[in-house]
Design a protein around this ligand. Structure first.
Ligand code: ATP
Ligand code: MG
Length: 256
């Protein structure tokens, strides 16, 4: 089993967009996928059309060891795709993790039973550098960093890499950066805007060309695909799926 976190330490960087669409493309490629909503904003849970009932276990109860992984896992409308949902109550786990002393290890431990059942686990992250983020970096094998093709996005990339390095130095993480995906890359006709061009160049200097993935272009189609529960091909824009095809190729190499 391979775990992948979609992580970037600022708001609106494309984390949930990447987590939802990557999970669906992986499921379509035949992998059995568990997607974990580790953000109290719970956008991913909403996008997968899951509504949390008051008496149903979520990631919060799994973190607290009140339920098993199986009890917190639900099927989705997509074949091969399963969800551990969240709601805003997940915020309560911050104190639990802070006081537990081994917060960075908690999520990895709770996800261990997924190894025999799922091929890939995809984790969606909150934007702040928090206890939850620490536990995601501690749990995951690989990190995908989406970051807006803006100066803010570049800052998010730098802070995310720093956070991963710090936990690795402390021996609390084994995470590798699988790739960086520029998000909302802007083009006018056949020309990339100057800001996108400059920022994506700086990102490549920061992490190396080999770590850069094809960008997610500025387009309403991604939002539409997610809200309609379909893939980009279904909207007649297969070319926009290119970043996800490239990600799946890399993931297949890692899984070998
Ligand atoms: P948060 O930090 O709040 O969790 P996030 O990093 O998960 O944000 P998303 O929710 O994936 O980011 O995307 C941010 C916003 O950009 C959303 O409103 C989303 O619908 C929109 N969006 C998604 N894809 C694109 C795109 N290709 N072009 C423009 N906007 C997009
Ligand atoms: Mg999000």
């Amino acid at each position: 089993m391979l775990s992948l976190a979609s992580l970037s330490l600022s708001g609106g960087q494309g984390k949930t967009t990447v987590a939802v669409l990557l999970s669906k493309y992986l499921a379509r490629a035949g992998y059995t996928v568990l997607v974990v909503d580790a953000d109290p904003q719970s956008n991913l849970t909403t996008f997968l059309k899951h509504s949390v009932e008051p008496d149903q276990p979520t990631l919060l109860e799994l973190y607290r060891k009140q339920v098993s992984l199986e009890d917190a896992t639900y099927p989705t409308e997509t074949e091969n795709l399963f969800l551990i949902p969240s709601d805003d109550g997940l915020d309560q786990v911050q104190d639990y993790l802070a006081s537990s002393g081994v917060g960075a290890l908690a999520l990895g431990k709770r996800l261990e039973p997924a190894a025999g059942v799922f091929d890939v686990v995809v984790i969606d992250s909150p934007p702040q550098r928090s206890q939850i983020c620490k536990s995601i970096i501690g749990a995951t094998h690989q990190v995908i960093i989406p970051c807006e093709a803006t100066v803010k996005g570049y800052g998010s990339l730098v802070r995310t890499i720093e956070a991963i390095s710090e936990l690795k130095e402390d021996g609390a993480s084994r995470a590798e950066v699988l790739g960086v995906i520029p998000f909302r890359d802007r083009w006018v006709g056949r020309t990339r805007t100057k800001e996108s061009e400059m920022v994506i160049g700086e990102m490549a200097t920061e992490v190396g060309e080999k770590t850069m993935f094809p960008s997610i272009r500025e387009s309403e189609k991604y939002k539409q695909a997610i809200s309609q529960g379909v893939l980009l091909e279904d909207l007649g824009t297969p070319d926009l799926a290119y970043p996800f095809e490239a990600l799946i190729d890399r993931i297949q190499e890692v899984l070998k």
